[in-house]
Design a protein around this ligand. Structure first.
Ligand code: NI
Length: 173
């Protein structure tokens, strides 16, 4: 843990009373913990607004019977494979699917991908939640994982051999 800094804040009585009620309802043990979370949340919002490296969770609920929708969603994710970390698919009932796409990359790219996924014809409900490493004591520009070994620069990586087709390709629906 990094060094703790203590500081005082002057606040209207009415505001602090309401804030204390609010954080008690939320289950915070102390004002300090609540304020730390507010600071982190604001830094995440700012990183999102400025287009910094961000993590975003995109949730989609759709009817898999809608023509070509499954293919369209799949195609969009493949064309952004550098940014999609993983996708979880749940068959909610006989007709509906929930897909949660976890992404990482520049916020403007993730926002555009989220817009295209959530606006696809047949998506009933779509939402995107941005989060970030900002405020977690980690460098938000660091690679996908924080550990001591150096990573080869993109250009130095050997080109990937073309994949052999997997058989049979099972279509998600
Ligand atoms: Ni499904």
């Amino acid at each position: 843990m990094t060094d703790l800094v203590r500081f005082g804040i002057a606040v209207d009585q009415d505001l602090i009373t309401r804030f204390d009620d609010h954080i008690a309802r939320r289950g915070y043990a102390t004002r300090s913990e609540a304020l730390r979370d507010l600071m982190r949340a604001d830094l995440v919002r700012d990183a999102w607004d400025r287009g910094d490296e961000t993590i975003a969770t995109i949730s989609l609920v759709y009817d898999h019977h809608v023509a070509e929708l499954t293919e369209a969603l799949n195609e969009l994710q493949h064309s952004h494979h550098d940014y999609v970390l993983c996708t979880t698919h749940v068959h909610l009932d006989a007709d509906h699917c929930l897909e949660v796409v976890i992404t990482r990359g520049p916020a403007h790219v993730l926002k555009r991908l989220a817009d295209r996924l959530t606006s696809a014809k047949g998506v009933i409900n779509g939402s995107v939640t941005g989060t970030s490493l900002v405020g977690a004591g980690l460098d938000p520009r660091a690679g996908a994982h924080a550990h001591p070994h150096p990573h080869a620069a993109e250009a130095d990586r050997p080109a990937r051999a073309p994949r052999k087709p997997r058989i049979p390709v099972r279509r998600r629906s």
